[in-house]
Design a binder for this molecule. Sequence first.
Ligand code: CO8
Length: 263
Amino acid sequence: MIYSYLRFEKTDFDGVFKLVIDRPNALNALNSDVIAELQSFFEKIVNDCSIKAIVLTGGGEKSFVAGADIKEMVNLTAQDSMNFARKGQQLLLTMYNCPKPIIAAVNGYALGGGFEMSLCCDMIFASENAKFGFPEVTLGIIPGFGGTQILRRLVGEKAAKYLILSGEIISAAEAYRMNVVNRLFKTPEEVVNGAVEFAAKIAKNSPSSVAYAKKAVNVSFDLSMERGLEYESSLFGTLFNTEDQKEGMKAFIEKRKAEFKGK
Ligand code: CO8
């Protein structure tokens, strides 16, 4: 896969890859090309069994993603800006529904669309220099890449309004206290390494289990308890048709490590 703004790199761990949004001169801001490349990337990898977990990070040491590209948006019409937001939202859903786990390794600014990009990942690891916030209201707009919907689901109404209505930029430590960040690291390098190591732990599990577990948690936001439990039991049952379930339980009984094939 050849991209202008993305670097896709192997790590030392089987099945674990780094995806770097690499536009450091603009603090990795999301223009239409970056969004199109990310959309194409996440569509292409869905059925690639060699990819078991992805760590998403920003190029350079200063920024994860400093938002959507303000220079591209400045003269958009209402219709064009709505189309721009729809493309971003389509990407958000593609990543959110991606069967592979995605860990955001936030190494600096995660603002506006960049904050939203981290929120649609499954976990957020952050370095101490990371900063999160929605400065959209200071630009005369609102979050348009799903921020109003996904942050409310994650932290509740009051905390979401606190950030979205004020444009307040918060530290990594504060984002950790709000349960937005899973783990904190000292430096940008450490956060990427820490995320890769954690991704390697996930990659050792059955890929089908991981994908189904992600699905089951995701749908819980939209279903009643009863419907959510029904959905959970249907996925639970489906996994008993897989070789991974047989291998996982057999390996436990034989006191050895399971070797999963994702089938
Ligand atoms: N868009 C375009 N260029 C940017 C952006 C951005 N979001 N952020 C930084 N840059 C550029 C700067 O213009 C500058 O370029 P140049 O050297 O050519 O002037 C370069 O990156 C370096 O930036 P700074 O010199 O400003 O660096 P500082 O360290 O002084 O400041 C900040 C860093 C505080 C992060 C500052 O750059 C800043 O405030 N950036 C804008 C942050 C922001 O407001 N983000 C929200 C944007 S709106 C949004 O995301 C809406 C999403 C909804 C739709 C999404 C659909 C996908």
